[in-house]
Design a protein around this ligand. Sequence first.
Ligand SMILES: *Cc1c(COP(=O)(O)O)cnc(C)c1O
Length: 515
Amino acid sequence: MDLLLDTDCVIAACVPEAAPSPDAAAAITRCLDEDGTVWLYAGAAQSYEDGVLRALQDTAEHRVAEAQTRLARQRLECFTQDKQWLAALGGDFARFDAPDPARERLLNALDRLPRGAVKILTRDEIFVAAHAEQAISPAGYLALPPAVRRIDFIDLPAQQAAIRPQLEAQIHRVLHHGRYILGPEMEELEQRLQAYTGAAHCISVASGTEALLISLMALGVGPGDEVITTPFTFVATAEVICLVGARPVFVDVEPDTCNINVDKLEAAINSTTKAIIPVALYGQPADMDAINTIAAAYGLPVIEDAAQSFGASYRGVKSGNLSTIGCTSFFPSKPLGCYGDGGAIFTNDGELAQTMRELRVHGQARRYVHTRVGVGGRMDTLQCAVLLAKLDRFDWEIERRIAIGRRYSELFAAAPHITTPVIRPDRTCVFAQYTLQVPNRDGVVDALQSRGIPSAVHYPIPLNVQPAYQHLCCPDCTPVAARLAARVISLPMHADLSESAQDLIAEAVIACVRE
Ligand SMILES: *Cc1c(COP(=O)(O)O)cnc(C)c1O
C-alpha cells in the first residue's frame, strides 16, 4: 500500500527529537522498502514547512531563528528526495470553511489516486476512526502483513514517477493554451524526433497503424497490388495492406532474429509488387541494406515498420530512417510510448512528406481544399506533450534496455532448452520485447504465472493462418514463423527493471523450462 503523508507524520519523520513517534518514520521506511510510493501533497507544502519549523523551535537546541529556518528547510529537502509530490489542483481548495480544511484538501487529493491502493498516513486516531477507508495510523500500517513483491511486465508507474514534474508541466501547458490539435507541442515533437532519427522529415500521426496506412496511401498502393511483408508480426502490418485494397504476400522469417528472411525476398517479387514492409521485430531492425538493394533493383519503395524499434540503430543509422519511409508507434507499451495512441512517419523524400502531411488531414492542401482522399490521422497535442516529457530520459532508457537485454541473455546462457534472442553485430535491439524460444511454451507461461511472473506471447498465431488472412496464403509456406509461434515467450522488460527482479525472473524461467 502507498501512503499520502499528513503533516503530523512529516514532522515526526523530520524532527524525531521533538515529536517522538518512531512508528511514523518506521511506516514510511517500510513503505519505501516494499517499493511503495510515499506521496507528499503539494497543497500541504507550507504546512509541512511550518510544522517542521515549529517542532524544531520546541526543542531546546537551535535557538537562533535563522538557523532553525535553515535547518527545517534542510531536513525537508533531504526528506522529500525519495518521495513523490501529488499535485495540488484548484478544486482541492473549493471549501475554506470546512471544519478541517487541510484534511478536506488531502481527502480531495487522495480521491485522484486509485481507490484503496493509497491511504493517508496520520497520527490523528480520531481522523482514522472517521475515515477508515482513506486513512491509517503508523501503528495500523506497521501491523499489515508484508506486501507481496509484484513483478510488472512493463513498469510505466516507475517511469512516470521519474518524470512527474515535467509531465505535469507539459500537460498543464496544453490545458492552458488550448491548441489541442496541431498545437505547438506537435511541432516541437516532430522537430525533436526528426533530429533524433536524422531523417529530413517527421510527421506525427494518430497511431502506428495510421502511420503505415498513410505511407501506403502516399505511395499509391491500391487494389490489384501486392505488398511483401512478414507473417510474424503484429496484425496491423498486414491489416493496412488489405485496407488500401492490396494483397499482403508473406515471406518467411529468419529462425534466429525472427525478422523477414532476405534470402527468400526476391522470389516473392513479381510485376504486381508495389512495396516491401519489413518489420523490426522485438526492436531489432531487419537487414535493411540487403532489403533496400533488392528493392532498388525492382524500383520498389521500402516501408520500415519500426513500431517496436524506435531508438534502435542499424549500421549507425537510427531505425525509422533506414528506407523510403519509416513508421513508428507510440502505443503506451512501446519503447517510446505516450498515454494513448500516437505514431510517427519519417522520410527523406520531401514530396512524399508533403503528401503524407496532407493525407493526415483529410487530403487537405489548403483549408477546405481537398486534393486527395485522406484520413483524420493527427496525433493530438496532449500526447505530443507527454512524449516531450519522456524524451529527456529516453537515451538513458534505451541504454538500460540494451543492458538489461544483455544481462538476461547472460543469465540464460548456460540454461538448457532456452534459446536467447540473437542480435546481429551491426545493429542494436531496444527490446520492445525480450523474447526467448522454449519448448512446451504454453506450459512455461502457466508455470510462470503461478509463480507471479508475468509473460506474454508475441505472437501465438502467424498472420497467414489468422482467420481473416488465411485465404491469402498457403498455411504451410512459412514454416519458420509457424515454429516460432509455438516457441516464443516474452519476459518482463522495462528500463526500471532491477537486477534482483531480473534474477528472480531468470531463476523462475529456468526452473519452469526444466519442469
Ligand atoms: C504496435 C505495432 C503496430 C501498431 O501500432 P499502433 O500504434 O498500436 O497502431 C504496428 N506494427 C507493429 C510491428 C507493432 O508492434
